[in-house]
Design a protein around this ligand. Structure first.
Ligand SMILES: *Cc1c(COP(=O)(O)O)cnc(C)c1O
Length: 400
């Protein structure tokens, strides 16, 4: 059996005719930029998130950049965020000329460590940028309380968290601005790139709208240097077809997560994702486990590890058990992904970056995490195959 990390085929067979019709309608209308589909999607998305405004743009990365620009964050300013995230989180901060200040994560849930935030605040700090990583919501009661006390803005990175909630309110409705991505593998995916910035503040919404179209409040009048960052009408049409399915898809992701949690709970050497307390509604964009130490030789008894494509760095004979397990799963047809193998602060792009300190929890986490296949259309047989194969490998290994 082969299990991919993500697949669109079933979704396409269910929604295919509706998607075909929606895309064809846009093609035949000749309205490729802006128009009814884009406006309708912005209105429905704002309603689902529970905010007054949703401003569409070309990607989740652009949504972050537009949010930072609208809040007038730039050179000389600092923004507190995590190094354990997709690169774009920090890249957006750097692209507007501000400085990302990385704090460590809570090892239990991979989210920003509240005990580190206060220590990282300086006179230059303008905002906190929490990431609802893997679809797990950050404790927004605590975060907003801290930000309000310190007079800081809040930009939520909701790229992986469409459908997640904290205390009954959707992520992206708590901070000044919420930033969403419609990259195809996200919980709500377009047929290409797309993004959205959500806000209660009409002024911020207007500024983001203008910045997304060359800083142009009216035709050929440019009041700021902006971007060309629009959501295509075709993408909006696709998203209008998919949005009504979001809740059902999140429920399916929840069911899969519950099965994995139940079936894998008694295996040593693996740490399963921890659930938020009852205030948190997890959207399960990823199911991320931690692989602890174990004897690779015993694991090799179950599989010929000499055939594995492992990386023996610097002639070292010890290698990462997570990488070994990933290779074993790959050989058995299960394609897992590592989100993320290198922390942002250790990326070459930030190599010359001054003031980077080590982030021990983040660094250790990058060496241990492995994401199991989770997407709404994964079959029960495929889930069982993942559980049995992974369970078998762990059982054959001598866990220490
Ligand atoms: C995907 C992602 C982004 C960027 O979204 P794009 O639409 O790919 O630009 C930003 N932050 C996080 C955490 C992401 O996962």
């Amino acid at each position: 059996m082969k299990v991919p990390p993500f697949s669109l085929s079933k979704q396409l067979s269910d929604l295919g005719p509706d998607l075909d019709a929606a895309v064809l309608k846009v093609l035949q209308s000749g309205q490729y930029i802006g128009g009814q589909e884009v406006q309708a999607f912005e209105e429905s998305f704002a309603q689902i998130i529970g905010v007054a405004n949703a401003v569409s743009c070309n990607s989740g990365t652009d949504a972050l950049v537009l949010a930072l620009r609208a809040l007038e964050i730039g050179p000389g300013d600092e923004v507190i965020t995590c190094s354990f995230s997709f690169f774009a989180t920090a890249e957006a901060i750097s692209l507007v000329g501000a400085r990302p200040v990385f704090v460590d994560i809570n090892p239990a849930n991979y989210l920003i460590d509240f005990s580190q935030i206060e220590k990282a605040i300086t006179s230059a700090t303008k905002a906190i940028l929490p990431v609802h990583l893997f679809g797990c919501p950050v404790d927004m009661d605590q975060l907003m309380k801290l930000a309000n006390e310190k007079g800081l803005k809040v930009i939520e990175d909701c790229a992986q968290a469409s459908g997640a909630k904290w205390n009954g309110k959707s992520v992206g409705s708590w901070g000044d601005i919420g930033c969403f991505s419609f990259f195809p593998t996200k919980n709500l995916g377009a047929a290409g790139d797309g993004g959205m910035a959500t806000t209660q503040d009409d002024g911020l919404a207007r500024r983001m709208k203008e910045l997304a179209v060359h800083g142009m409040p009216r035709r050929y009048l440019h009041t700021a240097l902006g971007y060309n960052s629009r959501l295509d009408a075709i993408q909006a049409a696709v998203l209008n077809v998919k949005l009504p399915k979001l809740n059902e898809w999140i429920q399916q992701r929840k069911d899969i997560a519950r099965r994995y949690l139940e079936a894998l709970k008694d295996f040593p050497g693996i740490e399963l994702p921890s659930l938020p307390d009852e205030r948190g509604f997890h959207a399960w964009n990823q199911f991320v486990v931690r692989i602890k130490r174990f004897e690779v030789n015993n694991l090799a008894g179950a599989i010929d590890f000499r055939q594995l494509n492992l990386d023996f760095r610097n002639g070292s004979t010890s290698f990462n058990p997570r990488d070994c397990l990933k290779e074993c799963l790959q050989q058995k047809g299960i394609n897992t992904i590592i989100y993320y193998p290198i922390p942002i602060h250790e990326q070459p792009a930030y190599g010359e970056f001054e003031g980077i300190k080590s982030l021990p929890v983040t660094e250790k986490t990058c060496k241990q995490v492995l994401s199991l296949p989770i997407f709404p259309e994964i079959t029960v047989e495929e889930q069982d195959y993942v559980i049995d194969t992974l369970g078998g490998l762990l059982r054959s290994a001598n866990i220490t």
